[in-house]
Design a protein around this ligand. Structure first.
Ligand code: NDP
Length: 449
């Protein structure tokens, strides 16, 4: 329950204006609960209506996306771009293609993106977009036609100084390629800085593919060192998902000396007590877009179980949920704690429900929230934008070193913010406050009310 009557009023307005936006309400409430700890020291926020401004997107664009399948049948999907905040830089955030996409999910993701981008210290505002189109089971040509139609509308709303989209669930290198090709064709200009996550041969950055997964591990490494005087070495790790984020989190955790024993997709999970063979996973997921169940047929000693949430019954030292939002509820969190977890880092955006976060925090388990932990992806997108502006490419080692520095700084920034608020170790609070204060100061100084 919020103590501040001002914040209570803001939250009531958010929930009554858009009563069905459950995910958006969830993220706003978590943010307001953190702000509740410091709001008394900042009367200027109420005076200048900063919080009600902050929770209202600057612009929401919704459009139809017509496309023709291989049988000649016309389909209509819905496309969106939520341009949430441009206070500290051009709008920046990914595009998600998934049947569950709706305005609530994109507003939640766009809102989180403002705080996340602020934490990176790079000059990027917050946005998110996408469509309820499902790329699964579609042919190469169908995906291409969809991307072209989507960009035919989106192109009028984006630009390197306006809004710079990237990938997310269902939007990887293939889709970014088709989207960029259409942008170039419609606009008649080679503006590489309009999208990030591009192929290396047309302006992409080394490490962008690996960045989110690697960044999660760099931040976790720092959290383990500072809060547990420990490391990944010799630890057992469970990672949910088997997409871009999960695969490269698995790779980095293994490089840092851990054993990753489980991965999942939306159908089920694999358990390999000998340690996941990532070459096989990459062949299945990146090679031919197969299902994770294939792994059990190819690697002796491993098993596959239907139902993706069952993965959290497997005991682990470090839990990295990297699939999607609201995967871990209070009961699953209790099981993870009972099984002896020592640290939890959110790789996906908001994979833990509020009651799950509560379970981890009350058990004294170091818990890193997604807006800090998975910022490595957008941070490296920021580095891609810098390289595009310079028309120059850094080496893998150079980008990786910058990524590691950014993630290490984010950890210390949120850790110190929590301590300054009198709640040492509360990284959820630290991330919300550290991310917000910078944007709020800019809003006050620019008079953006
Ligand atoms: P991918 O599309 O590459 O992979 C997503 C993975 O999660 C797949 O294994 C997918 O399984 C699973 N998944 C998706 N939806 C569901 C669902 N409803 N239930 C269960 N499993 C599901 O996406 P990413 O790896 O890029 O993204 C994963 C998470 O990380 C998302 O929350 C995203 O917002 C976040 N993120 C991604 C960044 C990036 O750089 N890619 C940056 C920051 C955050 P299946 O194949 O069966 O659908």
């Amino acid at each position: 329950m919020l103590k501040s009557t001002y914040l209570q009023r803001v939250y009531t307005e958010v929930t009554t204006k858009d009563p069905y936006e459950r995910e958006f309400h969830q993220t706003v409430l978590e943010f307001l609960e953190s702000l509740d700890q410091i709001i008394d020291q900042h009367p200027e926020y109420e005076k200048k209506a900063i919080i009600e401004t902050f929770v209202e997107p600057e612009r929401v664009i919704s459009f139809r996306v017509p496309w023709v399948d291989d049988q000649g049948k016309l389909h209509i999907n819905r496309g969106y771009r939520v341009q949430f905040s441009s206070a500290i830089g051009p709008y920046k955030g990914g595009l998600r293609f998934h049947p569950t996409v709706n305005l609530s999910i994109l507003k939640f993701l766009g809102f989180e993106q403002i705080l996340k981008n602020s934490l990176t210290t790079l000059p990027m505002g917050g946005a998110k977009g996408g469509s309820d189109f499902d790329p699964k089971g579609k042919s190469e040509e169908e995906v291409m036609r969809f991307c072209q139609s989507f960009m035919t509308e989106l192109q009028r709303h984006i630009g390197q100084f306006v809004d710079v989209p990237a990938g997310d669930i269902g939007v990887g290198g293939r889709e970014i390629g088709y989207l960029f090709g259409q942008y170039r064709r419609v606009r008649g200009t080679y503006a590489a800085g309009v999208l990030t996550g591009k192929g290396l041969s047309f302006g992409g950055s080394l490490v962008r593919t690996e960045a989110t997964g690697y960044g999660i591990c760099y931040l976790t490494q720092e959290m383990l060192a500072k809060m547990k005087n420990d490391s990944f070495e010799g630890k057992t790790v469970v990672i949910s998902g088997s997409g871009n984020v999960a695969i490269f989190a698995c790779q980095k955790a293994t490089q840092l000396g851990a054993k990753v024993v489980a991965l999942s997709d939306s159908n089920g999970y694999i358990h390999d007590p000998n340690g996941i063979n990532l070459d096989v996973v990459k062949d299945i997921k990146l090679g031919h877009r197969g299902r994770i169940s294939e792994y059990a047929g190819r690697v002796p000693g491993s098993t596959y179980t239907e139902g993706f949430r069952g993965i959290w019954n497997i005991p682990c030292d470090i839990a990295l949920p990297c699939a999607t939002q609201n995967e871990i509820d209070g009961n699953i969190a209790k099981t993870i704690v009972k099984n002896g977890v020592m640290a939890v880092t959110e790789g996906a955006n908001m994979p833990c429900l509020p009651e799950a976060m509560q379970v981890f925090q009350s058990a004294g388990i170091p818990f890193a929230p997604s807006k800090a932990a998975n910022a490595g992806g957008v941070a490296t997108s920021g580095l891609e934008m810098s390289q595009n502006s310079m028309r120059y490419s850094w080496s893998f080692e150079e980008v990786d070193r910058r990524l590691k520095d950014i993630m290490t700084n984010i950890f210390h920034n949120i850790y110190n913010a929590a301590e300054e608020c009198g709640k040492p170790g509360d990284l959820v609070l630290g991330a919300n406050i550290a991310g917000f204060m910078k944007v709020a100061d800019v809003m006050l100084s620019q008079g953006l009310i």
